[in-house]
Structure formats: C-alpha cells, structure tokens
Design a protein around this ligand. Structure first.
Ligand code: SF4
Length: 262
C-alpha cells in the first residue's frame, strides 16, 4: 500500500511538471476533480522517501526555431530513465529483456526516435543496443552520410522495454509508454526530431497515416502553443535491412533532415 502511494505521488509529480513545462496551468472544474480534491487517503504506516529532482540544466540549443524555451525542464533524463527501469505501466514489463530509456548527451540538436528494440529470433539481445545490433551499425552509417556524429544525437524508442522478437507491441502499449517520450522531448528540447519507423512517426505526430504519406516533408511537434519542434519522418533501419530498395527514399529524407539541421 505504501509503495503504491509513493508510486502515485511520483507519477503525479512528474505529470504536473510536464504540464508546467508544456504551459498547462489551468484545469477544468468537474465533478470528478471536485470529488478527487475531497478525497482523504489513509496515510501509509511507513513513510516512503520521495526521489528528489535534480536541478534542471539549461536547454538552449543553437538554431532553435522556437520563441522561448520552457523556464524549467520538468524531469531530467536520468530521472526518466529511473522511472522507465521500474515501470510496470503495461504488460510488456513481464517480457522486458532490459529497459531502454535511450542514450546520448542531454543537450542535442537532433533527437532520433525509433519504434522498439527486439531480440533476434533466438531471443538473443546483447546489452547496450538501441535499435538492434545491425540496425545500430546502419544508423551510424546513415548519420555519417549527413555528417552527424552519433555521439551528438540522443537516440530512443517509443517503447522503452526491449522485448523478445516474438512479442509485437500493440497500440495500448504505445499509449502507456508515449508519455516517457513526451517528457524526454521536453527535457531535451532538440532543434529537430527524426522519427524512424511507423510506430515512431505515428506516436510522435499523433497521426494514423501510413509512413509513406508522413515522410518527405517537415511536420511539427507542439510542445506548447508558442513552441514547436520540426519533425522529419523516415523508415526504420530494420525495414531498410529487409527492403534495400527503400534506401533511395530514405536518402531523400536524410537530406531533408540535413537541410533542416543547417
Ligand atoms: Fe512501462 Fe513502457 Fe515498459 Fe510498458 S513498455 S512497462 S509503459 S516502460
């Protein structure tokens, strides 16, 4: 019971910080919210420690198109990673091979978002992967082609649990997990986001169009009414490994991304 309460408080704190950074400062009055405010929870027998937030750093990236960055980053990347590591929000945690919050510096111009990380057919997955063994090699080559060092980019997935190849994440898993991505975007405030794969494009853009109709142009991710981050959608390295004929289209997307980064 005490653990549940602590979990609830951490989740509430994280959500309120996300709202604060996104510019949400009013909440609609409803009978549900009034009932919630009248509710008096029974105190836990043993008080649980609450993780203290680390002081947020400056998130000013060069060349950003936004008008003003949020005053504060609501949650540091390290805090988000800790939440991911202990997350039980959906049933994928039962098959989790390891948590994959993402990797990269906390100040970047480019955020790359993939779909999810899966093992090979034998269930093998070496530690430290983001998109997969061969996929990460291909990704490094793709970035090198537009002269972007991998070390300068933050790379993550929509689904933060690495799972066996036999496990196919569903829409409800994306729905449960996408708040981590949103909080990472607010923490990083990159100049541009590149989504790789259909799940990544749809989850980031909130659209259900096929990837073939989402790629090839620049979209916007709305952090707040005054702050929008450009988004370029392209194919996932896994898809390119299986469909080499799509490399031409992907190269066009990468060139679009390079132009936007300039
Ligand atoms: Fe939590 Fe996401 Fe893993 Fe589901 S997939 S358990 S929401 S981290």
């Amino acid at each position: 019971m005490a653990i549940d309460r602590n979990h609830l408080l951490l989740g509430l704190k994280s959500l309120l910080r996300y709202h604060q950074a996104s510019g949400i400062n009013t909440y609609p009055k409803s009978t549900d919210s009034e009932a919630f405010l009248r509710f008096h929870p029974v105190p836990s027998a043993v008080p649980q420690p609450v993780v203290q937030a680390e002081p947020p750093g400056s998130r000013h990236g060069a060349g950003r198109r936004s008008i003003e960055p949020p005053e504060k980053s609501p949650l540091s990347l390290a805090e988000i990673a800790r939440e991911v590591a202990s997350c039980h929000a959906c049933d994928l945690h039962k098959q989790r091979l390891y948590p994959v919050a993402g990797c990269g510096p906390d100040k970047v111009r480019l955020l790359l978002v993939g779909d999810w990380l899966a093992s090979d057919e034998q269930g093998q997955l070496p530690p430290g992967q983001i998109f997969g063994v061969e996929q990460d090699v291909m990704l490094a080559r793709m970035l090198a082609a537009i002269q972007v060092p991998v070390s300068s980019v933050f790379i993550t997935n929509v689904i933060k649990c690495a799972v066996p190849a036999t496990c196919q994440p569903q829409a409800n898993h994306v729905q449960s997990c996408v708040s981590f991505l949103r909080r990472q975007i607010v923490a990083l405030m990159p100049d541009i986001i590149c989504t790789m794969g259909m799940v990544a494009a749809r989850a980031t853009l909130g659209k259900s169009l096929p990837l073939s109709r989402l790629r090839g142009r620049v979209h916007e991710y709305e952090v707040s009414k005054d702050m929008k981050i450009p988004v370029v959608a392209t194919y996932h390295p896994t898809y390119l490994l299986q469909n080499s004929e799509m490399k031409t289209a992907t190269w066009a997307d990468l060139q679009l991304l390079a132009r936007e980064l300039q």
